[in-house]
Design a protein around this ligand. Structure first.
Ligand code: ADP
Ligand code: MG
Length: 656
C-alpha cells in the first residue's frame, strides 16, 4: 500500500501503522515503548534509548521492572502499576526510575493498556525525564519558602498585603509587633483601621491606594493607630502588585519611627541650646579679653584729649592734629568692637543668605586679633576672585571665632594664625567621600602653628563634649557645632594636622550661584563732607550737652544753621513755632516726660512733612525697630562718625 512519489508537492502517504512507527521512532524526548501483558518489553524507541541508556537489542524481551528502584520493586510497585492500568485504563505517576548505568532520574510515567477485540494484548508506556524541571520547581518552592520565612520573621517592619479592596490578606511578625493585631484577628479586615479617625474621615486610605494604583507607589510619614488605640509615627510605603500585567493587590510596608522622631526632635532642641550656650561661652571668652582692651582704648582716647587740651592751652594749636587722629582711631576701634560683640551675643539663628566670606572675615579680624592676644600674629589671605556663599552669617562668624580660639589654645607660647579663603571645585571621589554635591565651594581655612592633633584626637574631635582641655577651659562643643553648621549648609569640615607643627581646619561651604548682587566691595567713602545749601536749618534735641555741641559744631561747620534743645518739651516748643526747620535730629530717650519719638509724632501734627533722624544707642534702636519708623523718619545708631552723620543729613534733606 505504498505510494510512488511522482510529484514532490504532493504529500507522501503511508499506511497508518507505518506512519505511527515513524513517529515513535522519531521521538527522542519521550521513551515510547510497548510491554506484553506480563510486562516484558516488545518495542523500543530512540527516546527510550536516550533516557534509559539501553539499546533495543539489549532490552527487548527483558521485564520492565528493572527500571524501578530496588525499594519500589521490593514493594511490588511495577506489578501494581500494570494492574491499575489494566483495570482502570491508565496508570500515571511521577517517581524515581533507574538508568542502565544505575543512576536515577525523575520520571513522569503513563501506562495505557492495549486491547484487541476486548482482550489485553499489552501496554503502551510513555516516560519522560523530568529531573531538571523537578529541580527548578523545588528551587522555586525553596526560594518562595525562604522568602516567606524572611517576611514572616522580620520584626522591624510590618510587611503585609492588601487585596484590591484594601482588605488584609497576609500579616507578618513585624506587623503584629508594631500594630498589635495577631494575624488571625486582622486578616480579612480593612486596612483603614490603622489610620487615625481624622485621616480615615478625610479619605486618606482610599487616596493611598489610588496613588499606588496610578503611580505604582504611595509613600508617606504620618501618625498611625495601634490596636490599643495609641498612635505611632509611621513611615509607610504602598506598592501596587501586578501579576502578568494585572493589578492583584498591594504590598504594604510600615515602620514605626516614633522613637527616631522623638530623638530627632530632642536633638534639634539640644542643638539649638548647644548653639546658644556655646555662643555665650565664646562671648565670655571675648568679653574677658575685651575689657582689658577697652581700657587701653579709653586710655588712648582720654590721653589724646588731655594732650590736645594741653597743647591748645600752650598755644601750640598746629600740633594737635595727631592727637585728634589718635583719639578718633581708638574710638573707632572701640565702636567696632562693641558693635560686633552686641551683634554676636544677639540670640538668633538666621536663615541662610548670601555672604561674602572675605568681607565677613575682614570685619572680624580686629576682634580675632584681640581675642588671641599679642603673642599670636594674625594674618589673612583672601581668594582674589571672591565668590559669595550661602549660609547663616552669624553661625559662620561663630564657627570662625571658635576655630581661632582653638588655635589660640594650641599655641600657648604664641605663633602664627592664618585665615584663608580659597575657591575650590569638589567632584568625583572627594564629593562621595564628603557626601557633598559636586560643584564649586569656598574653603575657609584656619591654620595655626600650634601643638597639632594626634590621629585619635582628630577622630573624635567632632563629637559633642569631646575635649582634651582641663575642666573649665573646654566644653568640647566648638568643633561639633561647626560640623553641624557646615553639614546643614551643604558643606563639610576637614582637619589636617601634624603633631608638633600645627593644624588646619577647613570649612567648605557651597558657593551661591545666584545673581552676583551684594558681592561688590564697598566703595570707600569720599573723605570730603557734603556741604549744606544756604538757609538749611536743623533742630538738635539731646540731653547730653557734649553730643549736642558736637553735632551742632559739625552742622555749623558744614554750613547748616543749628538750633539746640535739651529735652522733649523745649524741642516741641521750637517745632510748634514758625521757625523754618529742614530736619529734626533727636535722641530717643529724653528727660522731662516727652521722649524723642513722642516729640516727633506731636510735631508732625503741625509739620506733616517734617523729616526726622533719631540717634540712639544700640538697645533703644532695636526697640524702635527699623520697620516701625514712619515715612521720612530715619535711624542712626551710636556711636557714629561725624562723616556718616553728615552723609545721612545730606541724604535726608536731598530726598524731598
Ligand atoms: P574644646 O575646644 O572645648 O575642647 P572643640 O570641639 O573646639 O572643643 O575641640 C575639641 C578638641 O579638638 C580640643 O579639645 C582639642 O584637643 C582638639 N583641637 C581642636 N582644634 C585644635 C587645634 N587647632 N590644634 C590642636 N588641637 C585642636
Ligand atoms: Mg573649642
Amino acid at each position: 500500500m505504498s505510494t510512488i512519489v511522482d510529484d514532490v508537492n504532493r504529500p507522501r502517504t503511508f499506511p497508518a501503522s507505518d506512519a505511527y512507527e515513524l513517529l515513535v521512532q522519531g521521538v527522542v524526548d519521550y521513551a515510547v515503548y510497548m510491554l506484553d501483558p506480563e510486562g516484558r518489553i516488545v518495542s523500543w524507541n530512540p527516546g527510550a534509548e536516550r533516557i534509559k541508556g539501553y539499546t533495543a537489542d539489549e532490552i527487548i524481551g527483558e521485564h520492565f521492572s528493572r527500571f524501578y528502584t530496588e525499594e519500589d520493586r521490593a514493594a511490588g510497585v511495577p506489578e501494581r502499576a500494570l494492574r491499575i492500568a489494566a483495570t482502570t485504563g491508565r496508570f500515571a505517576t511521577e517517581a524515581w526510575r533507574c538508568r542502565k548505568d544505575g543512576s536515577h532520574f525523575w520520571a513522569m510515567v503513563v501506562i495505557d493498556p492495549i486491547r484487541r477485540d476486548g482482550a489485553l494484548i499489552g501496554f503502551a508506556k510513555i516516560t519522560r525525564d523530568m529531573t531538571e524541571q523537578r529541580e527548578a520547581r523545588l528551587a522555586a518552592q525553596e526560594s518562595e519558602r525562604q522568602f516567606s520565612l524572611l517576611v514572616q520573621s522580620v520584626t522591624d517592619y510590618a510587611i503585609y498585603m492588601l487585596d484590591l479592596n484594601g482588605r488584609v490578606t497576609s500579616w507578618n511578625a513585624g506587623a503584629e509587633r508594631i500594630k498589635g493585631y495577631a494575624a488571625a484577628e486582622i486578616i480579612g479586615e480593612h486596612f483603614s483601621r490603622f489610620y487615625t479617625p481624622e485621616d480615615a474621615e478625610a479619605g486618606v486610605p482610599a487616596k493611598a491606594l489610588e496613588t499606588a494604583r496610578r503611580e505604582g507607589r504611595y509613600e508617606a510619614e504620618a501618625w498611625r493607630r495601634r490596636k490599643d488605640g495609641t498612635l505611632f509615627w509611621a513611615s509607610v510605603v504602598v506598592d501596587a502588585i501586578y501579576d502578568k500585567g494585572v493589578l492583584v493587590g498591594f504590598a504594604k510596608i510600615t515602620r514605626d519611627l516614633s522613637e527616631r522622631r522623638e530623638a530627632q526632635l530632642k536633638l534639634d532642641q539640644s542643638r539649638e541650646l548647644l548653639f546658644q550656650s556655646q555662643k555665650m561661652e565664646a562671648v565670655g571668652q571675648l568679653t574677658g579679653g575685651l575689657a582689658h582692651d577697652f581700657n587701653n582704648l579709653l586710655t588712648g582716647i582720654s590721653g589724646s584729649l588731655d594732650l590736645l587740651k594741653l597743647r591748645l592751652s600752650q598755644g601750640r594749636g598746629s600740633e594737635v592734629d595727631r592727637y585728634v587722629t589718635m583719639a578718633q582711631d581708638a574710638a573707632g576701634r572701640a565702636a567696632a568692637l562693641t558693635h560686633r560683640l552686641l551683634a554676636f551675643a544677639r540670640r538668633q539663628t538666621l536663615d541662610a543668605k548670601r555672604v561674602s566670606a572675605n568681607t565677613l572675615i575682614a570685619e572680624m579680624t580686629e576682634l580675632l586679633r584681640r581675642t588671641v592676644g599679642p603673642e599670636i600674629a594674625v594674618e589673612t589671605a583672601f581668594a582674589d576672585d571672591p565668590k559669595p556663599i550661602l549660609c547663616d552669617p552669624n553661625q559662620l562668624e561663630n564657627a570662625i571665632l571658635n576655630l581661632c580660639i582653638n588655635a589660640r589654645d594650641a599655641m600657648p607660647d604664641g605663633g602664627r594664625l592664618r585665615i584663608e579663603t580659597v575657591n575650590i571645585q569638589v567632584s568625583g571621589q572627594d564629593a562621595r567621600d564628603g557626601a557633598m554635591e559636586p560643584g564649586a565651594y569656598v574653603s575657609i581655612r584656619v591654620s595655626d602653628t600650634g601643638s597639632g592633633m594626634p590621629d585619635d584626637v582628630i577622630q573624635h574631635a567632632f563629637e559633642p563634649f569631646f575635649t582634651t582641655k582641663p575642666i573649665g577651659q573646654g566644653t568640647g562643643l566648638g568643633l561639633s557645632m561647626i560640623y553641624g553648621f557646615a553639614r546643614q549648609s551643604g558643606g563639610n569640615v576637614r582637619i589636617s594636622s601634624v603633631v608638633g607643627a600645627g593644624t588646619t581646619v577647613s570649612i567648605d561651604l557651597p558657593q551661591d550661584r545666584g545673581a552676583a548682587e551684594g558681592d561688590t566691595p564697598a566703595v570707600p567713602r569720599s573723605p570730603e563732607m557734603p556741604r549744606a545749601r544756604a538757609g538749611e536749618t536743623v533742630l538738635i534735641v539731646d540731653d547730653e550737652p557734649t553730643v549736642r555741641m558736637l553735632v551742632a559744631d559739625v552742622l555749623e561747620g558744614l554750613g547748616y544753621a543749628a538750633i539746640e534743645a535739651a529735652d522733649g518739651v523745649s524741642g516741641l516748643k521750637v517745632l510748634q513755632s514758625d521757625v523754618h526747620i529742614d530736619l529734626l535730629i533727636t535722641d530717643v530717650g529724653l528727660p522731662g516726660g516727652v521722649n524723642g519719638r513722642q516729640m516727633a509724632d506731636a510735631a508732625r501734627l503741625h509739620r506733616p512733612d517734617l523729616r526726622v533722624l533719631f540717634i540712639t544707642g544700640y538697645a533703644e534702636g532695636a526697640g524702635i525697630g527699623e520697620g516701625a519708623l514712619g515715612r521720612g523718619m530715619h535711624l542712626l545708631t551710636k556711636p557714629f562718625s561725624m562723616q556718616s552723620l553728615a552723609n545721612q543729613i545730606k541724604a535726608i534733606i536731598a530726598r524731598r
